[in-house]
Write a new protein. Sequence first.
Length: 120
Amino acid sequence: MKFTILLFVGLLGFSFSPASNNVSERIEKATIKTSAICEMCKMRIEEVVKELDGLVSANLDLVSRKLRVRYDADVLTVEDIRQAISNAGYKADEVLADKEAFDQLPGCCRMEGACSSGEE
């Protein structure tokens, strides 16, 4: 009886271990320089990257225009993140903004200083 209980407890403990839940331990950080210039840009970029599988966190600082991300390197690469930003119409490090996506952005996201005048 004791053996059965010990076996059950051992198996139960094993089944709830992090390794059996496929939890990755490869969380990496990256900082990506963007072409963001306003709060709308910040909102758009953060929304786009937060939709990526494997992204843990994202925060864009508009003063430095840098997006700081934490991501699961087993699921996502920093290149994938840069490409998602480009596909949204923004430059991401050396990856240029997708022209068609850029042309669809509100005016304030395409022209430095436009947001301060209240234009969209």
